[in-house]
Design a protein around this ligand. Structure first.
Ligand code: CLF
Ligand code: SF4
Length: 323
């Protein structure tokens, strides 16, 4: 079994490829393990509301399905998010991906679409990325395509509604609250339909699965088989961080998680370098600059600018040699 997920140049199952999509994947730090040391992402925390209640979620913190549990990101308006993007992309040109990953569910917040539209108009070359619990995916997919999202993460913790009902307490859907199995059936159906439609539309889909011992650990392999059928590009098996109603469940060990990833690998490529970022993280995955001192950030800024100057010099010299 390979130790780490493959890189874009060894993968052929890109749905609706094309040069532009290949470039986006090769520059996406979450989708291509080789890109993680070269390219960064900025997360814009514009989406505070959520429409479901996972049993491991404590609402005052960021969404646990994509972000690091136990941290709270400051919510921005779409205009503030655009301004932040302007500043950060100018200072750190290695940032190629703009993601919205919470603090709640991005599809449950109109600000998500407004923000993507602002970013797409000003920075058409950046990759737009989003993560969701998938409940609203079938009905919002066209809007996501319209605003230019090309890489999408859906959290799928179970495809069997009986298991899903143990993980999500209730959902709020079209003005009504559905509990237990009833809610789980709606969510699983929408997640799977939404993923299929997203893949068919040419988005590159990643699935996050929170590994919860005693609840879905034996079931994750069935999820992986289904993802293969649906054409999902990559799967990220994340360890449970026990909080909320699941505070008493022991999280999986590193070995247990590795064994699950190896069992899933034949069906869908595995992501093994996730950092469980904050909903307001930016920089390289291993170097969240939202948590750095001003001095350290300045140093990275100088280095990035220096790299650009050096690259320009090289290009000039090469040009002279050729002429
Ligand atoms: Fe952000 Fe997520 Fe897009 Fe990456 S993060 S929305 S796919 S740009 Fe990446 Fe962070 Fe892991 Fe997410 S390391 S938590 S997988
Ligand atoms: Fe919490 Fe995220 Fe689940 Fe919503 S989808 S309840 S924010 S973990």
């Amino acid at each position: 079994m390979p130790e780490e997920n493959q890189s874009v140049d060894t993968i052929n199952n890109i749905p609706e490829s094309g040069e532009e999509l290949l470039r986006k994947i090769a520059e996406h730090p979450c989708y291509d393990k080789k890109a993680q040391h070269k390219y960064g992402r900025i997360h814009l925390a514009v989406a505070p509301k959520c429409n479901i209640q996972c049993n491991f979620c404590v609402r005052e913190f960021d969404c646990v399905n994509e972000s690091r549990p136990g941290v709270t990101s400051k919510v921005l308006t779409p205009d503030e998010a655009l301004e932040k993007t302007r500043q950060i992309v100018a200072d750190y040109p290695f940032i190629k991906v703009v993601g919205i990953a919470g603090p709640g569910d991005p599809l449950a917040n109109d600000a998500t679409f407004e923000t993507f539209e602002l970013i797409k108009n000003e920075f058409p070359e950046l990759t737009l990325c989003m993560s969701t619990n998938g409940l609203l995916l079938p009905e919002k997919l066209q809007d996501l395509i319209r605003v230019g999202v090309s890489t999408l993460t859906v959290t799928v913790n179970a495809i069997d509604p009986e298991i899903q009902a143990k993980i999500v307490d209730h959902i709020a859907y079209h003005g009504k609250v559905y509990r237990g199995l009833e809610g789980a059936k709606i969510q699983v159906k929408n997640q799977l339909e939404g993923i299929k439609a997203a893949v068919d539309a040419g988005l590159v889909v990643k699935v996050n699965t929170v590994l919860i011992p005693g609840i879905n650990d034996k079931h994750v392999i069935e999820i992986a088989r289904k993802l293969n059928e649906l054409g999902v590009y990559i799967m990220n098996v994340m360890p449970l961080i026990n909080q909320g109603a699941f505070a008493d469940i022991e999280p999986p060990t590193a070995e247990e998680r590795k064994a699950v990833q190896e069992a899933c690998e034949p069906y869908v490529m595995q992501m093994r370098h996730c950092r469980q970022c904050r909903a307001d993280a930016y920089g390289l995955l291993a170097q969240d600059m939202s948590q750095m001192s001003e001095e350290r950030r300045k140093l990275i800024k100088i280095q990035s600018k220096g790299d650009i100057e050096k690259a320009k010099e090289v290009l000039k010299t090469n040009g002279k040699k050729e002429s």
